[in-house]
Design a protein around this ligand. Structure first.
Ligand SMILES: O=C(O)CCC(=O)C(=O)O
Length: 246
């Protein structure tokens, strides 16, 4: 599913751009579904994350979030079942992984800057990675619209950004920006130093994160608690295995 070059680059740099997995009409369909959910959910949008101990920024000023997209329409099934994405997740986490959460994050104009961070409490120097994220671009990510930044290779460092950086909000000399067209999917090892940047444009910068973890860990969103019979019927045994639901 992945070339050796792709596997090596994910291992070495801690991220991999899989290229466009959604075409323009699929991106449009997803963005329409997101708009409808944001309208319907209003103040409650993203609330499935608020009681989770396992998310670093459940609420952020100037950011729209939606959570539990698993149960909000068949259009979201592809985000955690796409074979190429799963192959990349397996490269980082091994075979024993599951979905932790499926969320939407949009940086509003003027907002979106995050500290460089990792999504795990400690460093991992032995390659025993516990968490891995995928970011699905719902807009072109460009230099000034709040694209995600990553410090390549930092997943192998024996130090955390918050401990060693004078200002984790400041640009890092080694960081790169993910710049790619809408529909692209970027896998990033969640132990790599990363974060959102400021959106300097007048339009939202939209994305969906399918976040995976080691099978033995608690999920960011307890999938068993939220799963509906409609979703179970639709996704079948394989989907239920990825979500770790019965
Ligand atoms: O959306 C992004 O650019 C990155 C978000 C992120 O790293 C986070 O919310 O932890």
């Amino acid at each position: 599913m992945l070339t050796q070059k792709e596997i090596d680059s994910l291992e070495k740099d801690g991220f991999l751009n899989l290229g466009p997995l959604l075409n323009a009409s699929q991106v449009k369909e997803v963005n329409e579904a997101i708009d409808a959910l944001l309208n319907n959910e209003g103040e409650k949008a993203g609330s499935e994350l608020f009681d989770s101990k396992y998310i670093r920024h459940p609420t952020e000023d100037g950011v729209d979030r939606l959570a539990d997209l698993v149960n909000k329409g068949s259009v979201f099934d592809q985000f955690y079942t796409h074979p190429k994405v799963l192959a990349a997740i397996e490269t980082v986490l091994g075979k024993a992984y599951k979905l932790s959460s499926l969320n939407y994050r949009a940086a509003k104009p003027g907002k979106g800057l995050q500290k460089l961070h990792v999504d795990w409490g400690n460093t991992v120097v032995n390659g025993d990675y516990q968490v891995c994220n995928t970011i699905w671009l719902l807009d072109d990510f460009v230099e000034n619209n709040g694209a995600t930044r990553i410090v390549p290779g930092s997943h192998k460092r024996n130090e955390l950004p918050n401990d060693v950086l004078e200002d984790p909000l400041a640009p890092h000399p080694d960081e790169i920006l993910i710049q790619a067209p809408a529909g692209s999917v970027v896998i990033f090892n969640s132990h790599v130093w990363h974060g959102g940047t400021t959106n300097h444009t007048t339009k939202d910068r939209r994305s969906i994160h399918s976040y995976f973890c080691n099978r033995s860990l608690p999920q960011q969103v307890d999938q068993q608690r939220y799963i509906t019979s409609e979703t179970k019927e639709r996704i079948g045994e394989k989907g239920m295995y990825i979500l770790d639901v019965k």
